[in-house]
Design a protein around this ligand. Structure first.
Ligand SMILES: O=P(O)(O)OC[C@H]1O[C@](O)(COP(=O)(O)O)[C@@H](O)[C@@H]1O
Ligand SMILES: [Mg+2]
Ligand SMILES: [Mg+2]
Length: 367
């Protein structure tokens, strides 16, 4: 019988821990619990209609809308439950926050006030569930601040979670695609593990992933183009002009509408993803959520030699203001993201080809 030749996630974590002889083991226990939650979600997703888990979550009186104003899917709710109940025991967590919960989750007694906070999007891309397109889970781990003042000693509050992405101690995602993968950074590069369905173990199959510096592939929801700001319009126009334009090369486009799947493609072969701030809805400065979408994916990109930005500044440097804050996000191949940042920093590009802006234009004549 052949022996499995890949390193398991457990062995990988133990070997990483050897670099920190004082570590208690709490961190590894937490990552293994998160991996267990992801395996449970993978299994549930795989049953699809046979498991009765597709469609919208409904309570008496109709569908349920989450804190984002989005209709919850049954699998959004189930995945959230898996994360909560598989990771809450053991004493490593002080609290959790998720896309599907308005306020932070308190760890039940007797395990309260562990060292870490877990923040997650239990199911990313869940609008794709009913059409059998890849979805995933995204997570971020922060250190729990020590409680201050006269606050109840064990409870976590929203302010505990409002830490910039630079303070993440680990981040990762699971992708429920043709194979289930777990991609993880503990701050020393990015490693990809594939779930062996027979052994039920994540195996290290993609060590030290690197995002190529350059790319000819972008991902953006082009239906929002009329709402884009000038630097994004300029960048996209140049990509679309292809070999005949200033970029001198043709670009390819992909849009899955599962950010986690786009992030994975970009880790594997490069690319740039944009869900920029736009003018569609003044109350929403972007579509994606800072704490459990932008920051963990941003940490992974930076650890793999890519870049993640709001368009203007590194996304990991943003000081969060609220748990469910939205933000413009651009990530992927470093040189493309830097170009987009440069366009944001430069004065607004005047479209000289547009007759309205020419010397003897309509505007000039009326001035
Ligand atoms: O429907 P749109 O505007 O293309 O948005 C797609 C984006 O929304 C998301 O699905 C949001 O995530 P959730 O499914 O967790 O709400 C991203 O994964 C994706 O990039
Ligand atoms: Mg999401
Ligand atoms: Mg989600």
């Amino acid at each position: 019988m052949a022996f499995p030749h890949h390193t398991t996630l457990t062995r990988f974590l133990i070997e990483e821990r050897c670099r920190f002889p004082d570590a208690s083991g709490d961190f590894n226990a937490l990552i293994l619990d998160v991996a267990m939650a992801c395996k449970s979600i993978a299994r549930t997703v795989a049953y699809g209609e046979l498991g009765g888990v597709l469609g919208n979550h409904a309570e008496e009186g109709g569908g349920v809308v989450n804190v984002q104003g989005e209709t919850q899917k049954k699998l959004d709710v189930l995945s959230n439950e898996f994360f909560l109940h598989i990771t809450e025991w053991g004493g490593h967590l002080a609290g959790m926050a998720s896309e599907e919960m308005v306020v932070p989750y308190q760890i039940p007694a007797p395990y309260r006030r562990g060292k870490y906070l877990l923040v997650f999007d239990p199911l990313d891309g869940s609008s794709n569930i009913d059409v059998n397109v890849s979805v995933g889970s995204i997570f971020s781990i922060l250190r729990a601040p020590q409680p201050e003042g006269n606050r109840a000693e064990c409870d976590v509050v929203e302010a505990d979670f409002l830490q910039p992405g630079t303070r993440q101690v680990a981040a990762g995602y699971a992708l429920y695609g043709p194979t289930t993968m777990l991609v993880l950074t503990v701050g020393s590069g990015v490693n990809g593990f594939t779930l062996d369905p027979n052994l039920g173990e994540f195996m290290l199959t993609h060590p030290q992933l690197q995002v190529p510096l350059d790319t000819q592939e972008f991902a953006i929801n082009a239906s929002n183009s009329r709402f884009w700001e000038a630097p994004v319009k300029r960048y996209m126009d140049e990509c679309l002009a292809g070999a005949a334009g200033t970029r001198g090369k043709d670009f390819n486009m992909r849009w899955i509408a599962s950010m986690v799947a786009e992030a994975h493609r970009i880790l594997m072969r490069g690319g740039v993803f944009l869900y920029p701030r736009d003018t569609k809805d003044a109350a929403r400065p972007g579509r994606l959520r800072l704490l459990y979408e932008a920051n963990p994916i941003g940490f992974i990109m930076e650890q793999a030699g890519g870049r993640a930005s709001t368009g203007s500044i590194p996304v990991l440097e943003v000081q969060p203001e609220s748990l469910h804050q939205r933000i413009g996000l651009v990530f992927g191949s470093k040189h493309e993201v830097e170009r987009i940042e440069r366009y944001h920093a430069e004065p607004v590009h005047v479209e000289l080809d547009n007759p309205l802006f020419h010397d003897r234009s309509l505007f000039r004549a009326c001035a």
